[in-house]
Write a protein that binds this ligand. Sequence first.
Ligand SMILES: [Zn+2]
Length: 98
Amino acid sequence: MREYQPRTIQELAACTCDRCQRRLTPDGPGEWQERLSFNHVGGFDSVFGDGNTVSLDLCQHCVREVLGQWLRITPPADTDVFGLWRDRKIDSAWDAPP
Ligand SMILES: [Zn+2]
């Protein structure tokens, strides 16, 4: 026989872009899934300091503005199935049809 007890968990409910302060929520219009968030723990000889944690939250607009020239953006492999991107040269996903 198993017995269970209630347990409280933390769920991410909102995220604020560190650059533009845009507030993103899971029930917002598509911005939530497109944000870029990470935590990285620097290792030995890290420029951020050994063992320091580097964190970042950016909305998709700031990701494009700040990192755009270095992003490698590849269309999904199955887009030709729907003919959406066929015969069209795509330099970046930002140029892609909506
Ligand atoms: Zn932003």
